[in-house]
Design a protein around this ligand. Structure first.
Ligand code: NAD
Length: 291
């Protein structure tokens, strides 16, 4: 069993840290939110007083933070205060470039660094069934298995440092684009006299079928957009995707269009709704609905 310092105990990090406690690890957690730290101590974890104390002297340091700048800031403390040999796992969704930077700078201090973004949302975090896409060295991946298996089900090493973020970007590209097309399909059916509910059932069972149609068709038809995964976070992810495409010198026109639709959803005030609320943008473009 390991001593673990965990920074970022939000929607995802909170339950993930709880699973590590349950697996028998000594988990010290820190978050700007006192309530988040209290939830971890109630689950048997230890309260960290600040990021420095949380990352100092641990076998493993974990971050689960919103964006690049948060990871950069906490990683500066890791660089300064974690001992050589410490395994650093970042579960956040950030740019591949920042993950590569943590690996390069970490290696200079003898740290072992993995980027390990996740998919599966809050239910995946709560149930310990996340999919985890990992970038880094095979031996570091192998020594992180006890952590990954405590929080996830589908766990894959997908390449060198940064590759986990690249795969996560690909995931968010497909998810965003699929929502946009499902929204258009709903509008088409609803406005040409077809039974959209029966129609979506057929789509879900055929070649057009997807996890999104399986899980979200009912709530989209009902215009129920409780998050889930917020438009604001998907907007951040579309920025990561476009930057990655530029870095790779790859054109992603459908991705660029999807990014604009998600930006529009945000501009229309839907940032805190679930990303399936892209339907509201599609409706507004045709003068339908109430968005
Ligand atoms: P969240 O906002 O609920 O949690 C982030 C936490 O980090 C907050 O509690 C905040 O107080 C804390 N924090 C920020 N900066 C800090 C700092 N410097 N020191 C200490 N604490 C700090 O976000 P989340 O939904 O848990 O998402 C975290 C990451 O996981 C994001 O990159 C997101 O894109 C990704 N992700 C989220 C989901 C989802 O469904 N929510 C799914 C997959 C991936």
């Amino acid at each position: 069993m390991s001593s673990i310092g965990f920074v970022g105990l939000g929607i995802m990090g909170g339950p993930m840290a709880g699973h590590l406690v349950k697996a028998g690890h000594d988990v010290t957690g820190y978050d700007h939110s006192d309530a988040a730290v209290e939830r971890l101590t109630a689950a048997g974890g230890i309260a960290g007083t600040n990021a420095v104390e949380t990352v100092r002297g641990k076998d493993i340091v974990i971050t689960m933070l919103p964006q690049d700048e948060h990871v950069e800031s906490v990683f500066a403390d890791v660089l300064e205060h974690a001992a050589p040999g410490t395994l650093y796992i970042d579960f956040s969704t950030i740019t591949p470039r920042t993950s590569e930077w943590t690996a390069t700078e970490g290696a200079k201090k003898g740290l072992r660094v993995l980027d390990a973004p996740v998919s599966g949302g809050e239910p995946g975090a709560v149930n310990g069934t996340l999919s985890i896409m990992v970038g880094g060295a095979r031996e570091d991946f192998d020594s992180a298995r006890e952590v990954f298996e405590a929080v996830g089900k589908t766990i894959a090493l997908v390449g060198p440092n940064g590759a986990g973020q690249v795969v996560k970007a690909a995931n968010q590209l497909v998810v965003g684009g699929t929502y946009a097309l499902v929204a258009e399909a709903i509008l088409l059916m609803e406005n040409l006299g077809a039974n959209a509910e029966a129609g979506l059932d057929v789509l879900a069972g055929g070649l057009a079928g997807s996890k999104i149609l399986e899980l979200k068709r009912k709530s989209m038809l009902e215009r129920s957009f409780q998050p889930g995964f917020r438009i604001d976070l998907h907007h951040k992810d579309m920025g990561i995707i476009l930057a990655a495409a530029r870095q790779a010198e790859v054109a992603i026109p459908i991705g660029a269009l999807t990014a604009q639709l998600i930006a529009a959803a945000r501009a229309m005030g839907h940032g805190s709704l679930d990303h399936s609320a892209l339907l509201l943008v599609t409706e507004a473009l045709s003068g339908k609905g109430q968005a």
